[in-house]
Design a protein around this ligand. Structure first.
Ligand code: FAD
Ligand code: SIN
Length: 557
């Protein structure tokens, strides 16, 4: 059985995995049992975006031609920007990942007439049915499977409600060679910051869509891993490509509840309020065009007609079909008074997925020795300018395995057990005085990103966002420098960093490609087919003194 640890102020492990979504848990399961693993999650063990996943896991289960087509679909959806080598490797690994999940006990939906075959659904951008799924609650089933398997591992310890504040690196402790040595982590329930030393560390913290006012993501999607990696000296790539999912329920009480793309994959149609279809006017694949195109088309219709939302209609498939294929979505919509078997659902786009992230190699290695990044936090080269539906969970699983394999065979540089790591020092800070500052800044930041860095961008709007972010950044860093850390403050500090990186990346791309559409550069620049927007962090600064590791930010302003 995996262990629940009581709360000492220092922990030691061979591998620290920050995040317990699909990527983090799969990595823990792929590691050999002689390694001591600690997984931390700022939420419960079942947190993050993974449990919310609906559509499924893309996998070329139809043989060699399917592999070729899956590669082509991924590159086409990503508008030529994906790294073909990476795409081929990930796609080829897909079928084995599905089999691995089944070996752990995951039940994918079967075909009604042939229970020995998996039912494969379809989503936008896929040229054929290729998505393995567990009805419309794939993420929940996946998490249940992975969590049950992790609980059977004696070498894995779990720290729930532990929020990583920052990575500890040799360079920031004043050494000339760099390596990640672990992390400072806020133990939320005991309200203190603990040290986790580790020979290897993996960032598996998910995406950053919470930088936007309207998002399909749960509250914790604040890009913590990207911000921590950046501060520790990792490059980021392609952060301008924030994916907006076309169809979220337009219902404030539902907090942007997703209506799966599989609804369109199974025949759902997008309608104007007068009942007319509009997607055929925008793309030959109509409702099954890639996500960036559908989201932009909806945005254009909403703005052109001055309406609040458009409608998604799947009534024609009949009650039995809908209840069988979309039981969770149907039930949730009913809670808000919408019966999708009898009426079209009101929908709008919302921020959904972070295509860019911390740059990694084929093993998930970042620029900092001993530090890996996997899952939505990372930039592997798979997605390019727009992620193909259901390729994210696939990427989580494939890179979790690759990182685990690499790490198990590689000795860690600069073993942390021999280092003096100073404990977190709160001697210079006091209790936060005005929580309203944090709440207000959260709101202002997310509104600015929604208004100025959304589905359609202009250079002027991006500069406007940049100016506001700079002001907020100073205020937030000042607050961070003077007050004890809290969960909200840690997330806000990361979110403002992410917002800044997204805007800087967007200002660097002088073309419109995939998810980045700028009215000032409305076409694709073919010379940018292999151009990733890489941002290089300033050299990680040493902590001010060995006894005061908590204030590196005040130096960076
Ligand atoms: P997550 O699952 O987001 O997990 C992040 C983990 O990190 C959590 O445990 C969190 O608590 C922890 N964490 C974060 N910051 C910290 C910190 N500072 N300290 C400690 N812990 C931290 N993709 C598909 O392929 N198919 C789908 O059908 C699909 N449907 C989706 C539906 C919805 C509504 C959403 C929101 C996303 C969907 N996606 C889908 C995308 C996919 O679910 C995510 O990209 C994927 O689950 C990310 O997994 P992850 O392990 O990288 O991160
Ligand atoms: C969905 O079910 O529409 C989400 C799929 C994804 O994000 O890949």
């Amino acid at each position: 059985m995996s262990q629940a640890i009581q709360s000492p102020t220092e922990h030691q492990s061979d591998v620290l995995i920050i995040g317990s979504g699909a990527a983090g848990l799969a990595m823990a399961l792929r590691l050999p049992e002689h390694l001591k693993v600690i997984i931390i999650s700022k939420a419960g063990l079942i947190g993050g975006s993974t449990p919310w996943a609906q559509g499924g896991i893309a996998a070329a289960l139809g043989g060699p031609t399917d592999i070729e087509q899956h590669v082509e679909d991924t590159v086409k959806a990503g508008v030529q920007l994906p790294n073909r080598e990476v795409v081929e490797r990930v796609v080829r690994a897909g079928p084995a990942q599905i089999e691995w999940l089944e070996s752990l006990g995951m039940r994918f939906t079967r075909e009604q007439a042939h229970p020995d075959r998996r039912h494969l659904t379809r989503e936008g951008g896929h040229s054929r049915r290729r998505i393995a799924h567990a009805a419309d609650h794939t993420g929940r089933s996946l998490m249940e499977t992975l969590v049950a398997a992790v609980h059977r591992r004696p070498n894995v310890a779990i720290l729930e409600h532990h929020n990583a504040v920052d990575l500890i690196t040799a360079r920031r402790l004043g050494e000339s060679r760099d390596a990640c040595l672990g992390a400072y982590v806020l133990d939320i329930q005991n309200d203190r910051v603990v040290t986790v030393r580790s020979r290897h560390t993996a960032l598996a913290t998910g995406g950053a869509a919470k930088a936007y006012l309207f998002t399909t993501n749960p509250d914790g999607a604040t890009g913590d891993g990207i911000a921590m990696g950046w501060r520790a000296g990792c490059r980021t790539a392609n952060l301008e490509f924030i994916q907006f999912h076309p169809t979220c329920l337009y219902e404030p009480r539902a907090k942007s509840f997703l209506i799966s793309e599989a609804v369109r994959g199974e025949g759902g149609l997008l309608l104007r309020p007068d009942g007319s279809r509009f997607m055929p006017d925008h793309h030959p694949d109509a409702e099954l065009a890639p996500r960036d195109i559908v989201a932009r088309a909806i945005d254009a219709e909403i703005k052109r007609l001055g309406i609040d939302c458009v409608y998604l209609d799947i009534r024609h498939k009949g009650r039995e079909f809908i209840e069988k294929h979309f039981p969770m979505i149907h039930a949730r919509c009913l809670e808000f008074g919408y019966d999708m078997t009898r009426e079209a659902l009101p929908v709008v786009p919302a921020a959904h997925y972070t295509c860019g992230g911390i740059m990694v190699d084929e093993h998930g290695r970042t620029d900092v020795p001993n530090l890996y990044a996997i899952g939505e936090t990372s930039h592997t080269g798979l997605h390019g300018a727009n992620r193909l539906a259901s390729n994210s969970l696939l990427e989580c699983l494939v890179f979790a395995e690759a990182a685990a394999k690499h790490l198990s065979s590689a000795p860690a540089d600069l073993a942390p057990s021999t280092r003096v790591i100073p404990p977190w020092d709160e001697s210079q800070v006091t209790d936060p005085d005005e929580a309203v500052v944090v709440t207000h800044n959260w709101d202002e930041l997310r509104r600015s990103m929604w208004s100025y860095v959304g589905i359609v961008r202009t250079t002027k709007r991006l500069y406007r966002a940049r100016d506001r972010i700079q002001l907020l950044r100073r205020e937030i860093h000042d607050y961070y420098a003077h007050f004890r850390v809290t969960n909200n403050l840690i997330e806000l500090r990361n979110l403002v960093e992410i917002a800044d990186l997204i805007v800087r990346s967007a200002l660097t791309r002088h073309e419109s490609r995939g998810l980045h559409f700028s009215k000032d550069f409305p076409t694709i620049n073919p010379r940018a087919d292999h151009f990733d927007t890489v941002l290089v962090p300033p050299p990680a600064r040493p902590y001010p003194s060995i006894n005061d590791p908590t204030r590196p930010d005040s130096l960076q302003d």
